[in-house]
Design a protein around this ligand. Sequence first.
Ligand SMILES: [Zn+2]
Length: 208
Amino acid sequence: MPDLVDRSVKQFPIIPESATPSDALAICGSDRLAVVVDRSGLPVSLALRRDLELADVRGVGSLADPAAGLPVSVLTGEAATLSEPFSYNILPAFAVGARGAILVSGKQHAVGVLSLDEILRCLTDDESSTPSTRGLFRAFTGYLLSCDPILKIDLLSGILPLCGGSRETEILVRCPQCGCLNRLAYLDPNALPACQSPHEPGHQLTLP
Ligand SMILES: [Zn+2]
């Protein structure tokens, strides 16, 4: 499995979550992907320019507003291989809107980004592709494209045996109800955990 860092983009816009959507769009410029960070500079979301445009349409005051609807995001270590995002505990994040993966340093700062397109290309290119990665690509694209929830579960059950578990990847989900940034080691869209908010315990996490 190839290292993700070799395929990642190292120059990308970094947008503070305190920015208004219009300021965020100005910072993003013509780039397609941007990393939104909290006040400590730690990533909270990998957003497409289109996500920032949608936040603008929603009329929120800043990207930190849960109503901004920033997508679920995948965060992995800079030494990760392709098997990390394509592990059974992380993979479903892409089916619920993760735009790719943010690679982070030991101090958790973003050092590279990979779009979902590029991650899928890694699965099919000549250097890295094997029968199992090609099977994974076919099953996963079928999963992403399927609108039928029953077929999706069937396709997913075909993918999961191809994947190992991930150890150093996490999924970031901003709770739409309270705004708490949840850090999950796995994501099952049909069985989400309680929100991790220390201030408002006891409510169910939902997806943005
Ligand atoms: Zn919450």
